[in-house]
Design a protein around this ligand. Sequence first.
Ligand code: IMP
Length: 179
Amino acid sequence: MDHSNYEIDEMISAKSIAARVETLAKEISAYFADTDKLIVVGLLRGSFVFIADLVRELDLPVEVDFLEASSYGNTTESSREVRILKDLRGEIEGRDILVVEDIVDTGHTLDHVLHLLQSRKPKRLMTCALLDKPSRRETGVKADWTGFEIEDKFVVGYGIDYAQRNRNLPHIGAVRFTS
Ligand code: IMP
């Protein structure tokens, strides 16, 4: 599929994202208030901007780790086969974990990652997704905290890419193909 021409329509402003991140961080901080340490696990690469903003709003002792699972190639088709490309650096047994995802689309990525991490026996395993496309779901997975529910549109910005581009947009935009 070659979509070389496209425009990006702003969908969620940088200001709305910042306000929502602040609220999510308050709820997450309240939920984990008694933790000795929260390990925030960012799913690469799409969550890197979100996690950077979220951890700075958390009022908790925090450690950050990353995991990379394969999802899309350079296309807009979802892949059902999930592979771990980069595993966590640290042990998570007996620890409090918050998995941070950019978008829950079909749900296969988050489902796979949660099964993997659960097998390592964390104390609490919770999830936070910036965006959720419930109409696309093919699994039973749902994030414990969601920033915004969106309709079935291909989005970019705030860390999220289309063919590795547009991650640096400060807002979330919907891709509209013009040819
Ligand atoms: P899932 O396994 O189908 O839930 O897909 C999750 C991953 O697909 C996300 O972490 C994104 O990396 C990617 N993805 C899903 N929807 C979009 C989109 O609209 N734009 C860019 N990437 C997306």
